[in-house]
Design a protein around this ligand. Structure first.
Ligand code: PLP
Length: 438
């Protein structure tokens, strides 16, 4: 049991003795910003509270899921009711179909959907399915894109691997890594070259629908569409990874933002996580029925999970998606735009060269003159003065604002960021911008 008298430092020391690096997911360790991670004990609306009783305005939002803010009363009530009926049945439940139907209604390319527990499982299963469907082995991914931590997906990945400057992971057999071809993002010529050389062996291209694990790097207009056309011309599938963007940037994810434009595209498979679980472990893969029906028990591609479609977790997801109406997305956009503007003004006032990169309501900042034109790929992102972020981060934390502890992560707003929470962020900005300037 934790008590309010324990300090973050004490808790971290104890955690480090029991858990590798003191954390259960690497970026939480504050390695790239330094200092002691905050051990959180509760969260409500736009705020999180640490073990020392300090409250922070939260711009991490559980790394994305909490679009409604933390502990939304209707979500909590639904989860409590579901929990009281039983935690896990290992059998089908009505609420799983409800979640699948909700997603299928919103994202047209999805005709069938399977629930899993994490984004990693969703992308891993989507790749196996693409290989099973095409009878091919090679996978193409983009450098700086993160799709979870399965073996074939860690090559030049973003998120924690970008934070720690790791090219990949030990423990991945060379034979497995060799099946993944890595291409610079937003570079159709490079993609064409890879297809020209290996086209008949490529099962799928996996792409973040809009990249947000190397900081935010949106696809160039028409990139997703051209990518689908190119892949299809070679008999390959496209897996659009919306684990992070899905139901966060719009009611129909990134796909929804482009669906009504000239850039409209139809991926073969789409992966979801984060918001679809409303803060509980739910993720999904979906797509064309013809492909999805290759999954067991209908087809030969095996995929399973004791906790898949867990009734308590799925209830959190369904309730969250039902509450996420147009007004919610309008408010997320409004808060995101306001913060972009105000952070930018504060940095400019201190003479800190920077660029705001956005993808819907997701955003992050690149620091330094070298990136004045913005970044369209991982090499562009790495050219920034990333050392300006840790002092900025710590000045914000000191003032009671919790930002992602890495310059290579997006900032996440919630609909619970009301005027009071936003003013606390704005009040913290001048000192943080000064820290970034020095
Ligand atoms: N895909 C994307 C785009 C992600 O952002 C993430 C996690 O951040 C994943 C996949 C992996 O999801 P999980 O951490 O739930 O395994």
């Amino acid at each position: 049991m934790t008590t309010a008298t324990q300090t973050n430092a004490d808790l971290f020391a104890r955690a480090q003795a029991a858990i590798p690096g003191g954390v259960n997911s690497p970026v939480r360790a504050f390695r790239s910003v330094g200092g002691t991670p905050r051990f959180l004990v509760s969260a409500r609306g736009p705020y999180v509270t640490d073990a020392e009783g300090r409250e922070y305005v939260d711009l991490v939002a559980g790394w994305g899921p909490a679009i409604l803010g933390h502990a939304h009363p209707e979500v909590i009530a639904a989860v409590q009711e579901a929990a009281a009926r039983g935690l896990s049945f290992g059998a089908s439940t009505p609420v799983e179909t409800e979640l699948a139907e909700l997603i299928e209604q919103r994202v047209a390319p999805i005709e069938k959907l399977r629930l899993v527990s994490t984004g990693t499982e969703a992308t891993m299963s989507a790749i196996r399915l693409a290989r099973g469907f095409t009878g091919r082995d090679l996978l193409v991914k983009f450098s700086g894109h993160y799709h979870g931590h399965s073996d074939g997906l860690l090559a030049e990945a973003g998120s924690g691997l970008a934070t720690f400057a790791l090219p990949g992971s030990a423990g991945v057999p060379a034979e497995v890594a060799a099946l993944t071809l890595v291409v610079p993002y937003n570079d159709l010529d490079a993609l064409r070259a890879v297809f020209a050389e290996h086209g008949d062996r490529i099962a799928a291209v996996i792409t973040e629908a809009a990249a947000a694990n190397m900081g935010v790097v949106p696809p160039l207009p028409g990139f997703n569409r051209a990518l689908v056309e190119l892949a299809h011309a070679h008999g390959a599938l496209v897996i659009s990874d919306e684990v992070l963007t899905g139901f966060r940037v719009s009611k129909a994810g990134w796909w929804g933002l482009e669906a009504e434009t000239d850039a409209a595209y139809t991926p073969d498979l789409v992966t979801f996580g984060k918001v679809v679980g409303g803060g509980m472990p739910v993720a999904a893969l979906g797509g064309r029925a013809e492909i999805m029906e290759r999954l067991a028990p209908l087809g030969p591609v095996y995929q399973a999970g004791t906790l898949s479609g867990n009734p308590v977790a799925v209830t959190a997801g369904v309730t969250t998606l039902r509450l996420a109406d147009d007004a919610v997305y309008a408010r997320l956009d409004e808060v995101a735009a306001l913060l972009q503007r105000e952070v930018s003004a504060a940095l400019a006032a201190e003479g800190v060269a920077h660029v705001v990169q956005t993808a819907g309501n997701l955003f992050s900042f690149l620091f330094g003159d070298a990136v004045a034109g913005g970044a369209r790929d991982y090499a562009g992102v790495l050219a920034q003065e990333s050392w300006r972020y840790p002092p900025f981060f710590h000045a914000m934390l000191e003032a009671g604002v919790s930002l992602p502890p890495s310059v290579f992560e997006a900032w996440f707003v919630t609909v619970a960021h009301d005027d009071a929470a936003v003013s606390r962020i704005l009040d913290a900005l001048p000192a943080a911008a000064r820290a970034a300037a020095s």
